[in-house]
Design a protein around this ligand. Structure first.
Ligand SMILES: Cc1cc2nc3c(=O)[nH]c(=O)nc-3n(C[C@H](O)[C@H](O)[C@H](O)COP(=O)(O)OP(=O)(O)OC[C@H]3O[C@@H](n4cnc5c(N)ncnc54)[C@H](O)[C@@H]3O)c2cc1C
Length: 437
């Protein structure tokens, strides 16, 4: 009788590869059967942690010769079991976290994809630089966020993190290491492609020379419509390079921080173009201090996240349908600080980007926090809200609870993505299921 794990263990011993049995303690992030969301549990048979790119290539080639399903895990911060696999092998990218090259003159940095964004920030900050786009979670891996998209405080001007990838090394499931550029279909369908086509191993990202200390102020609006009008003005004229907003339900009021990477906001003639109901005095905001704060108690809770991206302007009407459903489901009580809202430049350069809008999209993050035992009660209403959103033209951010419906969301791109998957992973062993549901 075949013993695939025994064979893999012999291969690992020959290669000096770290291969361990999963420790299913229930502790995040060390337990490879759970992720940040704690919504699904899938118990793998082994966890492999390559220490360098050569070992990764050898491992992937070996996995491709066998029949075990496998999945890549960065920091495990998704909510729907994206980095989990039942009865297979979790490939932990934590050992591939080096900064490979830094080119200040060319404004790029190259790193291995298991690196956390935090490492890039610490590398670049002493030079007055930073990655062009950052999310609110620097303890996620570069590969893990590029596999879904990467929304951030500068997305109204700079789009998603995936827009700033200049070069990509992908190890496809046949064990081939491919150097890819933006014109390559594998490049285009890997970014925001949820780890379906291979392992992102090394990436070159655009950087920007911009301090991480901002002059900022708080603004408030009474409704989403009023906010969107001003967000469009802010984006069009580039009034602020920092925009972080939250919507409070059921009332629908919006509160935002706006700022610029400079000592003083004055002169600030653009403020006169906006119509907020409240304007705070100017404050100094240390983005580095904000983003590097240690994880809060909330990180211990379950989080069945559902992040909905609507096309603009038609998404405003869709939101009027969705907001009461969200309020009725008791989501706002589980996210008392409000739901992050972002207006994102949405030019669809990358086919799988979670951006349904032609020129602009609206992302609303439902991230309710709760005890693990409560998830079962919240899941059906969240799934219903997600399905309704898809029917209304939304794309669901792929780190969310899994809903299916990808063919509806992606149209013809879904078929192209599936065809590429069939080429590079004919046995369908890598992160199985997503494209067949
Ligand atoms: C507290 C918190 C705050 C957050 N804030 C934001 C935010 O502001 N903006 C935002 O956009 N998102 C945010 N997120 C979501 C987060 O960016 C995503 O969940 C992201 O996927 C996390 O990266 P990870 O390394 O944990 O990925 P994982 O969960 O480990 O993996 C995610 C997916 O990527 C695949 N993958 C991982 N590494 C690779 C690789 N090297 N090659 C190919 N596929 C790979 C996995 O197989 C999986 O499908 C937040 C999450 C949390 C928990």
């Amino acid at each position: 009788m075949s013993d695939p794990i025994g064979e893999l263990a012999r291969f690992a011993a020959d290669e000096g590869l770290e291969l361990r049995e999963p420790e299913t303690t229930g502790d995040f992030p060390s337990d490879p059967s759970i992720d940040y969301g704690r919504v699904v549990r899938r118990v793998p048979r082994a966890v492999a942690r390559p220490r360098d790119q050569a070992q990764l290539v050898a491992l992937v080639r070996r996995l491709g010769e066998g029949d075990l399903p496998w999945v890549v895990r960065g920091a495990g911060h998704s909510s729907g079991g994206q980095s989990l696999v039942e009865g297979g092998v979790v490939v932990d990218l934590g050992g591939l976290a080096r900064i490979v090259d830094d080119d200040p003159a060319g404004e790029t940095v190259t790193c291995e994809a298991g690196a956390f964004w935090l490492a890039l920030v610490e590398q670049l900050r002493p030079q007055g630089r930073r990655p062009r786009a950052l999310t609110a979670n620097l303890r996620s891996s570069v590969g893990g966020t590029l596999a879904v998209g990467g929304f951030g405080d500068a997305s109204h001007l700079d789009g998603l993190q995936i827009d700033h990838v200049r070069r990509l090394v992908l190890v496809t499931p046949d064990g081939v290491r491919r150097e890819l550029g933006p014109a390559d279909p594998l490049f285009r369908y890997t970014l925001a492609g949820r780890g379906q086509l291979g392992v992102m191993t090394e990436v070159t990202l655009a950087t920007v020379t911009r301090p991480m200390v901002l002059a900022a102020r708080q603004l408030r609006w009474g409704s989403l419509g009023e906010y969107l009008r001003d967000a469009a003005v802010i984006a069009t004229y580039g009034l602020y390079d920092f925009l972080r907003a939250r919507i409070a339900l059921p009332g629908g009021g919006i509160s935002a921080w706006v700022g610029r990477s400079q000592e003083d906001l004055a002169p600030e003639p653009g403020l006169a173009l906006l119509r907020p109901s409240f304007v705070s005095p100017q404050e100094r905001l240390d983005l580095h201090e904000l983003l590097t704060r240690p994880p809060t108690e909330a990180w211990r809770k379950a989080c069945p996240a559902l992040e909905i991206v609507l096309p603009l302007p038609e998404g405003v009407t869709a939101w009027q349908t969705l907001a009461p459903l969200i309020a009725d489901a008791g989501i706002p009580e589980r996210q008392p600080l409000g739901h992050a809202v972002m207006v994102v430049r949405g030019d669809r350069r990358l086919p799988l980007a979670p951006l349904p809008g032609g020129t602009s999209s609206l992302m609303i993050a439902l991230r309710p926090e709760m005890a693990s035992g409560e998830v079962a009660a919240f899941l059906p209403p969240l799934e219903a809200i997600g399905q309704r959103a898809i029917a209304l033209g939304a794309r669901i951010y792929l780190m969310s609870i899994e809903l299916g419906g990808l063919a509806t969301q992606l149209g013809v791109e879904h078929a192209r993505w599936r065809a590429l998957k069939a080429e590079v992973d004919p046995k369908g062993l890598l992160a199985p299921g997503l494209l067949t549901r």
